[in-house]
Design a binder for this molecule. Structure first.
Ligand SMILES: Cc1cc2nc3c(=O)[nH]c(=O)nc-3n(C[C@H](O)[C@H](O)[C@H](O)COP(=O)(O)OP(=O)(O)OC[C@H]3O[C@@H](n4cnc5c(N)ncnc54)[C@H](O)[C@@H]3O)c2cc1C
Ligand SMILES: NC(=O)c1ccc[n+]([C@@H]2O[C@H](COP(=O)([O-])OP(=O)(O)OC[C@H]3O[C@@H](n4cnc5c(N)ncnc54)[C@H](O)[C@@H]3O)[C@@H](O)[C@H]2O)c1
Length: 476
């Protein structure tokens, strides 16, 4: 039988930590199992350190914008304060003692080990079997994924982990993958003086976002001296001496001191024993219902036991965060964690609603987006029209001048007269997004959005111009 408890949480990243901490605070006997650091990818190797790099790079960029606007400034970039800040302030040298104390202070029991399901409600970790009376929560997150490029396995390439913990910046860097990880880190390193080339297989950067977003980021990166190669596929890689050589499909060779592979992430599900809970062990994501309860990939009775309601009956299985495949964002893991906590405690509450998922890529300009892109809305068969306004044409954008690239794009479902998607790219694009996220989530009528008063001269006042652009005859 092993040790009995109410809940076992496997994986203590942002999602698992939130679920485990909240349930412990609610008085449940919670065991939190974590193989590496309590807090997961986000604080130690992802969101937080990468945004410290972005913040430092933005300071340098602003200093370079001083001439012609505010006098003169000499900029001497130095990577060492960035590395020190990540080591000392963000990660305490990759030590999670404070996070462990926070969790145990709430009454949780922490186990540092790799956990695996061994049956309904049963988790084996560190040689002990834990039996949950109420729930097991899988929150094992995702790991960086590398494509099958000849030679890649044999070379010491960087993932996000090495890129955010580097003590020194390389002279040159090849970035494979032009998604969020790739472009944020590419711009960050380049602003410190690293010669950066981004290689993206798709026809544009940030492929899931609006084409205007990828085009804008490419234009800005190129204007800052980076090389951007789209529709470029890596065929092979080698590492000789201190140099990486990436050979593209057409035979072209690119060389650099370091290679960052940023080609996406995959949920950490292998070896988790999903089959012992009636789930498909080969599934790429762990599918959940609106209350974060695991549901089987295949129909036909595979489910069996192990998915009870978690109160009074058999223990249930829940999942939150990157493993669910609903969007690899910390805010998604936290949102799902909140729903799972309510569900496990048997409290009423709305089911998950993914119509207005916000995304922010923290390049400069920031690319904020919510809901559907124009293409996704058309694919859903919606009758739509779009409106665009350029940031430099707005009063605030014109005043801002240096570094004012950006636009606001709205996607309206004309049958309902509401926005189903929006992009706000520009200075503070991620902050401007907030009002648009409310509009999409609450289905605020476009006529109401037009009837509002927008403070002058803000960046978000550009929304008014984009709303007016919805009516342009050629867009109707
Ligand atoms: C470079 C980078 C920058 C990012 N920036 C942002 C950003 O700005 N904003 C944003 O919203 N998102 C960002 N993300 C995404 C964000 O980091 C993830 O969405 C988030 O960390 C997911 O949380 P999670 O709890 O699902 O999983 P994770 O953070 O991956 O944590 C899962 C934990 O489970 C543990 N684990 C795995 N298997 C087991 C096992 N069998 N037993 C025990 N423990 C196990 C792992 O060790 C890990 O600690 C970024 C990602 C990267 C790579
Ligand atoms: N600011 C944020 O919120 C933030 C920042 C970073 C990461 N994240 C999250 O982390 C996840 C992972 O980010 P990511 O950027 O690693 O993945 P991604 O899937 O967003 O982008 C990977 C890119 O690599 C390209 N690619 C794939 N194989 C390739 C190949 N062989 N050659 C060249 N290009 C190739 C893809 O076309 C894609 O554009 C994202 O889904 C995102 O949700 C969020």
């Amino acid at each position: 039988m092993g040790r009995e408890c109410d809940v076992v949480v496997i994986g203590m990243g942002p999602g698992g930590e939130e679920v485990a901490g909240r349930l412990a605070e609610a008085g449940l006997d919670v065991v939190g199992v974590e193989a590496e650091l309590l807090g997961g990818e986000c604080p130690y190797w992802a969101c937080v350190p990468s945004k410290m790099i972005v913040r430092a790079g933005n300071l340098l960029a602003d200093a370079r914008r001083v001439p012609g606007m505010a006098g003169d400034a000499r900029v001497e970039p130095d990577w060492s304060p960035v590395a020190a800040r990540i080591r000392d302030e963000a990660t305490t040298d990759w030590d999670d003692a404070a996070a462990v104390e926070r969790f145990t202070g709430k009454g949780g029991h922490f186990v540092r080990a790799r956990g695996r399901l061994t049956g309904p409600g049963q988790v084996e970790a560190g040689g002990e079997t834990y039996t949950a009376r109420r729930a097991v929560v899988v929150a094992t997150g995702s790991a960086s994924w590398a494509p099958p490029v000849d030679g890649l396995d044999a070379v010491p390439y960087w993932t996000n982990r090495e890129a955010v913990s580097a003590k020194e910046r390389p002279e040159s860097l090849l970035v494979l993958g032009g998604g969020a990880v790739g472009v944020e880190l590419a711009q960050g390193y380049a602003r410190f003086g690293t010669r950066v080339t981004v290689v993206e297989a798709a026809d544009r950067l940030l492929p899931p976002e609006e084409p205007e977003s990828g085009a804008l980021v490419a234009r800005v990166l190129e204007s800052e001296g980076l090389t951007v190669r789209t529709r470029a596929r890596a065929a092979s890689v080698r590492h000789e001496g201190d140099t990486f050589t990436l050979v593209l499909d057409g035979g072209e060779q690119l060389r650099a001191d370091r290679l960052l592979v940023a080609t996406g992430r995959r949920p950490r599900l292998s070896g988790l024993g999903l089959e012992t809970a009636g789930l498909d062990p080969e599934a790429r994501t762990l599918r959940v219902d609106g209350h974060m309860r695991a549901v089987p990939e295949k129909h036909g009775g595979l489910l069996g036991h192990g998915h009870g309601h978690g109160r009074g009956g058999e223990p249930g299985l829940w999942a939150v965060g990157d493993v669910t495949g609903e969007g690899a964002f910390t805010h998604m893991a936290m949102y799902q964690a909140d729903i799972a906590v309510r569900s496990i405690l048997g409290e009423d509450g709305p089911a998950a609603d993914y119509r207005a998922v916000p995304r922010v890529t923290f390049t400069d300009p920031e690319i904020g987006a919510v809901g559907l892109t124009e293409e996704a809305a058309r694919e859903q068969g919606l009758s739509i029209r779009t409106g665009i306004a350029e940031v430099p044409s707005s009063t605030r954008g014109w005043i801002h001048k240096a570094g004012n690239d950006g636009f606001i794009k709205l996607v309206e479902d004309t049958s309902r007269g509401v926005l189903v998607g929006a992009t706000s790219a520009g200075p503070e694009g991620g902050e401007t997004l907030y009002g648009l996220a409310v509009a999409v989530r609450a289905a605020v009528p476009v006529v109401t959005l037009r009837d509002m008063i927008y403070a002058y001269p803000t960046f978000h006042r550009g929304v008014l111009d984009a709303l007016a652009d919805l009516d342009r005859p050629e867009r109707a």
